[in-house]
Design a binder for this molecule. Structure first.
Ligand SMILES: Cc1cc2nc3c(=O)[nH]c(=O)nc-3n(C[C@H](O)[C@H](O)[C@H](O)COP(=O)(O)OP(=O)(O)OC[C@H]3O[C@@H](n4cnc5c(N)ncnc54)[C@H](O)[C@@H]3O)c2cc1C
Length: 285
């Protein structure tokens, strides 16, 4: 395992296998080349696009065009505060919010995160995290950070007078964007090259999963797809049924809602595999 290492380029060999060029992710350092029998690309959108830009022999033009068309969601902010007093005991560990400006949720980390629990127990303070998703890329970041803090005080008034002992503000934009209508063009786990597979939240899978669960599930599916090329059985994956359990109720539901019949995935089995043959459902993200 090579941590803190960037993948710079990938070259498939005619005889099979790949050469991967890497370099230290931070600071100076020379590049390294190693050959591998198979590759799982589990990068975020920008990383995947950059790697393929530098790897002109990977994939066919239409697949490369689909990857090039992937987009990232607008920037998000994660603000974490270390306060010198506790939040009210009745506050939930996590609260999703609406109608409080850009504030999307509040987490009281000292309710469930070990390090924060220990810090709060030691100091009598609290550790609170605020999230704002899909912000305006041109927003005044400092003003938005202050706005989140003000909305926290509006929702949890006891925090208005708490002193801030420390704070961190992380601005990132590495979440994949799932625009309406983009589902059919999203890359699947398998590719035209049997030993090159994708994984991560950005891929299209036939399982009803998203976010971390899609990242983890697609990782298993990618591994299973590769193992299959060596005729080795992979890890079985079970998921919730993708259709109602009773046939007559399904028929009844279809009769009542013609739109349901236009979704080919409604009749798919619950067991998941690779999605080489997946058909898109517009409702899936
Ligand atoms: C604020 C926030 C809160 C969230 N909360 C939840 C939650 O409560 N539950 C949930 O399920 N999900 C949550 N998510 C979503 C979850 O974090 C993502 O769905 C998940 O991390 C996606 O995993 P991934 O492996 O696809 O991508 P990532 O986690 O983005 O991993 C991709 C990795 O590839 C690396 N990389 C990129 N380019 C290269 C390169 N050239 N060489 C080497 N490495 C490279 C990146 O550095 C990165 O580490 C949250 C996300 C955010 C931003």
């Amino acid at each position: 395992m090579h941590t803190a290492t960037s993948a710079l380029g990938l070259t498939p060999h005619h005889a099979g296998g790949f050469t991967l060029t890497t370099a230290p992710a931070h600071g100076p350092g020379s590049t390294h080349e190693r050959t591998y029998d198979a590759v799982v690309l589990a990068l975020d959108t920008a990383g995947l696009k950059a790697l393929l830009d530098a790897s002109p022999h990977v994939g066919d033009p239409s697949w490369r065009a689909r990857i090039a068309g992937l987009q990232q969601a607008p920037p998000f902010l994660v603000s974490r505060y270390w306060l010198d007093s506790p939040v009210h005991p009745a506050r939930p560990g996590f609260l999703g919010t609406a109608g409080y400006g850009p504030l999307d949720n509040i987490s009281v980390l000292d309710r469930f995160e070990g390090q924060a629990v220990r810090w709060a127990a030691r100091t009598g303070g609290s550790v609170v995290e605020l999230h704002a998703y899909a912000t305006d890329p041109h927003t005044d970041r400092s003003a938005l950070q202050q706005r989140l803090r003000a909305e926290l005080a509006r929702l949890y008034p006891e925090t208005a007078t708490a002193n801030v002992l420390d704070q961190r503000h992380e601005w990132r934009n590495d979440c994949p964007l799932f625009a309406p209508g983009s589902y059919p063009d999203r890359p699947t786990i398998t590719t035209a090259h049997p030993r090159l597979v994708l994984a991560g939240d950005l891929v299209r899978t036939d399982a009803p999963v998203a976010l971390m669960e899609r990242a983890a599930t697609s990782g298993f599916q990618a591994a299973n797809a590769l193992l299959g090329t060596w005729h080795v059985r992979g890890h079985p994956l079970l998921t919730v049924p993708a259709q109602g359990r009773t046939a007559c109720l399904r028929l009844f539901a279809r009769a009542l809602s013609p739109a349901l019949t236009s979704h080919p995935d409604r009749s798919r089995p619950a067991r998941t595999g690779t999605d080489r043959h997946a058909s898109p459902t517009p409702a899936q993200t």
